[in-house]
Design a protein. Structure first.
Length: 675
């Protein structure tokens, strides 16, 4: 059942990702190709180093004729012509062709390149392979052109959502070495004289860029070939470590397998392993293009905590929880690679922390010792925030959804609903530990839910209100309102009313879900799909599908999820946000996001209905779509391996290779002592 690197290969001819979103990351360094070129490279980041405007271009010299590789889109002799590429987690492979008469003599060359970010140092290796396709020998050489740019060093305390600051101009120290007061840029090339290449022969060239501190020489214990091989081996090892417990999905439904794999790899590429980071792996929010190399609790704990927990394992999840608490999750929205807390408190951090820990407790039976910490965090919010009866005022948009209109602010249904959920989870843990205060927490959760229903629900419009301290009231049709369904706030009438808003042309678009309903003319706009309409944050659509499966609405859940299948076909990994009315991605936002992992979360724990319980039992309630077959195989729970095979109106549940149920889908429980 193990995954391999090739399972995540993606033909970039199918990509609709903006050119600035295409990078490849080792978990230590990240680097980008120049769009439309076969060998060009632009941009290199490896905290604490940043070389945003570093550039390498390559010319070929064939029989004295210069063949440039610039992505020239003109006519005639345009130089090397880009003909395709494949993205893999460890590298980007590109191909190109040159087939042109020069002074009545045909020069015909096939060119392939491999761009590989290094896995243990700040740098990359570029390998170029050239095949002579003519019927005569050709004298061949390469002419690299390096622009070192303005490289800089930024403390690990200061890496955040944005790019690090660029450094000063560099000066050339010696051939192939440039530096400023902070950084040295070293260009390496495996020695090779101009060669006579016979027909059909391949010439191989390797070169590298490495970043070190100023006056620090590059010291390689191996040649560039070995460095490239090492990067491959590290990624193979990463996939075995992080995917060993991830179930595989197989299906005859077009697009579903692609979507699952691309969702999974979206999480994998966000795990950085740098010895100076606060923990290894360090789950970052984005980071492929050098921005977003920070840990954001709402992503790591809020969107796909179960799937991330399967990747990391229990010990690492608990280490992550301790890091968040130590770094001040109650005071900050995110954490730098050093672990330093950044920015203001964020209203969804508490729920995200609880979800991360509670998922670990149910999955692995470990983490109950965090009870006192969780209790203190929950009570801290009660003291920190203004109260409005049983409800809390969460402040303005920099503490909430960051919309661009007056809307989802102050006293709102979510995250007050998440707060009630947190009290219930605290009660579950207290009960498990034998603490008498469990009933106090359940009573508090009940009062919060009642207050939401009594004060924030608008039965006439079937939606929630937002209350401002000055008495102003807003009704914003935000996707966030559907989270109240998961938190136990809604009665049957409220649930029915909320679901009536999930319509095409309102919340639903042909390619996903809009964060704001298009029917909400006060707040809907098209310049910020993230939270203001026309699309959504990448974790939101699959979370909505998961919520609908949890609510026993499989047809609606499937209808929501399958609108996203274009992403599996046309994106190598999932971006921060995407449009819902067309298969497109905003180029000005982050190119990847760890919340992309939510698609796998929805399918394993929603469609397959796998639900680990606090007492060690496992509930499984499959809800297959009314088309095709789907299998989720290799889910590991304690001492068991579970497979769920689904087709319309039928499921088979297999434990440790033996069928334990086959028939009409229904809730089925496996006791903890089922061996």
């Amino acid at each position: 059942m193990n995954y391999q690197l090739n399972d995540f290969a993606f033909d970039l001819r199918a990509s609709v990702a903006p050119a600035n979103h295409l990078w490849v990351c080792s978990g230590y360094s990240t680097v980008a190709p120049i769009a439309g070129t076969v060998t060009g490279v632009s941009g290199l980041f490896s905290p604490p180093f940043g070389a945003q405007d570093m550039e390498v271009l390559l010319d070929l010299m064939a029989d004295g004729h210069r063949i440039s590789d610039t992505g020239n889109k003109g006519k005639g002799d345009c130089g090397l012509l880009y003909s395709g590429a494949e993205w893999r987690p460890d590298r980007i492979e590109r191909t190109g062709t040159y087939h042109y008469f020069v002074e009545e003599r045909l020069i015909s060359l096939s060119v392939r390149s491999s761009l590989v970010p290094l896995a243990d140092r700040a740098g990359f290796v570029l390998t170029v392979r050239v095949i002579n396709r003519t019927d005569r020998s050709i004298e061949l050489d390469i002419l690299p052109r390096v622009t070192p740019g303005r490289p800089g060093i930024q403390s690990l305390n200061d890496w955040d959502f944005g790019h690090p600051s660029m450094g000063a101009e560099v000066h050339e120290v010696e051939a192939g070495i440039w530096e400023n007061d902070d950084v040295r840029v070293t260009f390496l090339q495996e020695a090779r004289e101009p060669a006579l290449i016979v027909p059909g022969q391949e010439a191989v060239y390797r070169l590298a860029i490495l970043l070190t501190k100023a006056q620090e020489s590059v010291c390689l214990d191996e040649n560039l070939t070995a460095c490239e091989r090492r990067a491959y081996e590290v990624w193979e090892d990463r996939i075995q470590r992080y995917c060993g417990s991830i179930p595989k999905l197989t299906s005859d439904i077009p697009g579903l397998e692609d979507y699952y794999r691309r969702s999974l790899v979206s999480g994998l590429i966000c795990l950085w392993e740098h010895p100076e980071f606060a923990m290894q792996p360090f789950p970052v929010v984005a980071g492929m293009e050098g921005a977003g190399i920070c840990c954001y609790p709402w992503d790591t704990g809020g969107y796909a905590a179960r799937m991330l927990g399967l990747m990391l394992g229990s010990n690492k999840v608990i280490e992550l929880a301790h890091m968040m608490a130590r770094s001040g999750i109650e005071r900050h929205s995110r954490f730098a690679p050093s672990g330093l807390g950044k920015d203001v408190p964020y209203s969804y951090s508490l729920w995200s922390f609880f979800n991360l820990v509670c998922c670990n407790v149910t999955q692995y039976g470990e983490g109950l010792e965090l009870y006192d910490l969780m209790r203190n965090l929950l009570l801290h919010d009660e003291e920190r925030l203004p109260a409005w009866g049983e409800l809390l005022d969460y402040g303005k948009q920099h503490n909430l959804l960051e919309m661009r209109s007056a809307a989802h602010e102050h006293v709102v249904s979510s995250p007050n609903a998440e707060r009630a959920w947190c009290y219930d989870r605290l009660a579950d843990m207290a009960e498990r530990l034998g603490h008498a205060e469990c009933e106090t927490w359940r009573d508090k959760a009940s009062r919060i839910r009642a207050a939401i229903r009594d004060h924030l629900w608008d039965p006439e419009n079937g939606w929630f209100l937002c209350m401002y301290p000055n008495g102003h009231v807003e009704r914003v049709y935000t996707i966030q309102a559907f989270d109240t369904l998961r938190m136990g706030v809604c009665n049957a009438d409220m649930t029915k009313a909320l679901l009536t808003h999930l319509n095409d042309g309102a919340f639903l678009g042909p390619y996903g879900v809009s964060s704001i309903s298009a029917e909400d003319t006060l707040h809907y706009e098209l310049n910020d799909p993230d939270w203001s309409g026309g699309g959504s944050y990448t974790g939101e659509s699959p979370t909505l599908a998961l919520t609908l499966w949890e609510q026993g609405q499989p047809a609606l859940a499937w209808d929501v999820l399958k609108r996203l299948f274009w992403m599996g076909k046309h994106l190598p990994y999932f971006p921060q946000e995407h449009y819902s009315d067309r298969p497109a991605v905003p180029s000005h936002k982050r190119g990847n996001i760890i919340a992309g992992l939510t698609g796998t979360e929805a399918l394993v724990f929603g469609m397959a209905g796998i639900k680990p319980k606090l007492d060690g039992t496992l509930e499984i309630c499959p809800q297959p779509p009314h088309e095709g077959s789907v299998s989720i195989s290799g889910y590991r729970y304690r001492d068991q391996q579970i497979d769920v095979h689904m087709k319309p109106d039928h499921c088979t549940i297999v434990r440790n290779g033996e069928p334990v149920y086959s028939g009409v889908p229904c809730a089925f429980s496996l006791p903890k002592d089922s061996r």
